[in-house]
Write a protein that binds this ligand. Sequence first.
Ligand code: URP
Ligand code: ZN
Ligand code: ZN
Length: 492
Amino acid sequence: MSSTVFDLVIRNARVATATDVFCSDIGVKDGKVVQLGAGLNQGREEIDACGRVVTPGGVDAHCHLDQPMQAPVRMADDFDTGTRSAACGGTTTVIPFAAQAKGQSLRAAVEDYRQRAEGRAHVDYAFHMIVSDPTPTVLNEELPALIAEGFTSFKAYMTYDDLKLNDGQILDLLDVAREHGAMAMLHAENAECIEWLTRRLERAGKTAPRFHAHSRPMLVEREATHRAIALAELVDVPILIVHVSGHEAVEQIRWAHGHGLKVYAETCPQYLFLTAEDLGIDDSYHGARCVCSPPPRDKANQEMIWNGLSDGLFTVFSSDHAPFNFDSPEGKKPNGEEMPFRHIPNGIPGLETRMALLYSEGVLGGRISLNRFVELTATNPAKAYGLHPRKGTIAIGSDADLVIWDERDLVLNNAMLHHAVDYTPYEGMQLRAWPATTISRGQVIWNGKSFLPARGRGQLLSCGAPTLMPHPVNTPVFLRPFSTESLSQELS
Ligand code: URP
Ligand code: ZN
Ligand code: ZN
């Protein structure tokens, strides 16, 4: 290896992985990390990291790009603008969703999505599937075939009229995940309770954006989280609960861990940095910007989420980037009008800000270690969705997806971002770091000032089986009234 001519050498890096921090040069050839150590040979290109922290490129395992919506609503970001924005924020792999419409074949949904991405992405990408219509053909033929082809994860919804599944349908899907080794992601909110509350609020004339949070209190998330855990226990399969917002759902996940169940959990920046007040303290429409589900809670719940990030409860930290313009008939004002909260498209942008927010407030704010930052933003998402060790780490043979961090004070504003959305919910926030350089498979695509377009360079990744370790069982281990192991034996 001593005679290797590197394409790129990054000198004097403080390399951070999920387990270590060490000083090293990084030698890159053909898009891969091929050598780590001091005093590497000259590369064709050289970057002096000057002792700065270098982490693996972020893996954003929950974002929505160019996902078909019901007209007139349309996502502002496609694979071009979405992956551009990701790159400038230090994310080098995105996993958005190929969403099946009811009545549509799952294969057709994946093929359509493949075409939407083709030739447009600046960084690598994989797809989760959203299964909204688990017909016998989907369960017995399409889904197993797609998992075998490298689409090894899917999301099931317990809410939203056009996507929600009943418990029996979720059980059927979990059974396929178990049989074929896929990762099932669950959106846990109780649809019936939300509808009941929404109608009551509407009857009382309470339709301003802030009432979105009243229609989805934590109880509805807690109940659905518990139910999702119970369904997974019955089938005896790991699940990943997405976008956990506060303490009642956290309690359910801690309970599951106490019972030795393989329940993984994700949280997102909106549950650390926003509260329900961001949806409005009066009836103004401004708060539509922060309408997302589950809604942000309060300061005390933010602390609960921080605790779960630092103590290992959460496995992944994703953006849940769902890009709708605020001032647009295709976005938060469907048909150009201020709508009752029921009709406001759910979701907020966050692909570009995810990494810097957690680095600033988490690492530099002293709440989580640098290793934990890497684990949450890159290593674990890559493991959960079968992309590790190609993605999510800095190791010999891994893709040279790297971020060099610049620890400096800055004020976040939408004008500095590269998405196609007309706002950021974090406008004016004080940050303490931003990527100085983002490298995707050995190519610099963000140099701290300019985005260096690499349109069409992003590759569709084939995912393997999840490789996450079971969550350590917390003490005390509660006694279980019956064993699902014996139940699944009886059923098989
Ligand atoms: O409000 C949200 N989270 N919108 C995106 C869709 C989803 O449920 O993740
Ligand atoms: Zn969701
Ligand atoms: Zn989402």
